[in-house]
Ligand binder design. Sequence first.
Ligand code: FAQ
Length: 311
Amino acid sequence: EDEAFLERFQARIDAEEKIEPTDDMPEGYRRTLIRQIGQHAHSEIVGMLPEGNWITRAPTLKRKAALLAKVQDEGGHGLYLYSAAETLGVSREQMTEELLAGKAKYSSIFNYPTLTWADIGAIGWLVDGAAIMNQIPLCRCSYGPYSRAMIRVCKEESFHQRQGYEIMMTLARGSSEQKEMAQDALNRWWWPSLMMFGPHDTDSVHGDQSMRWKIKRFSNDELRQRFVNATVPQAEFIGLEIPDPDLKWNEEKQGYDFGPIDWDEFWRVVRGNGPMNRERIAARRKAHEEGAWVREAANAHAAKRKARAEA
Ligand code: FAQ
């Protein structure tokens, strides 16, 4: 790739032009997008598992209907995102294979267990809350198909966040056992939610280049700070306590200071040794094997239609 081409490409980015699938693009730009969109798609699909665990045990019919819809939305987001990644020349089969082989990354957050019903509230509130904070700027990502997919995804995530917060609010205003359950879920999900934003900027290998290409619009630490600032008052409002003794309003920066993140835990989980990594991949493999007949039937049906159309 010659300098002149890279400069022309950067000028398009700087002019806020969208890059479309048939446009020329630097190989690094394509690879970065395949990596990020692929990981994002896998996160949505694996992200169905922790909450799916509670569909049969939702406390009321209404809660069950909302949770079912939310988990289906996540499946839809995954498919959208696989399609967006396919526009860059990678196949869905290839991405699926990498996930099932344990080679592809997906968000660290989905490797934690959902122990009580309150975890469903905490996931909606915190995990979808963090996802929105990260994904609203992706609606302005320089790559057209990804940015367009993010618009609908963000609308749905915003409903997810509200239903989660409402579960937490209901529990926090319930019996003392229910309030304790909500607090316990917050205690377990708080730090992993902060880790969703990725390593500190100083350790973010892709951050600077992705910002120059306007794939990312804000750094990992900037978005993490925004999330903390938005979420602390929400916890206070429902009378729950953020599990961080160092959390303190900083008047000067107009934001909260917060305690150190356990990066050893983060990397352990990212590298496959979190509490639920093995179970998650095993569940995806089982679902893939059990769905083989559907793929075969769909292919057979498509082949028959094609033969009929040609006859
Ligand atoms: N987990 O250089 P950076 C959802 C990896 S929301 C695992 O900073 P980058 C919705 C990173 O891949 C969750 N790995 O990387 C939902 C890289 O490794 P690599 C999904 C992580 O890309 C809600 C290395 O560390 N959202 O699913 C994590 O510039 C509820 C160095 O990091 C997205 O994927 C992590 N937390 O910034 C579903 C959003 N963080 O590839 C169900 C799109 C970092 O070199 C229920 N992605 N790594 O091997 C992004 O915005 C970015 O990719 C970041 C990371 C911000 C995640």
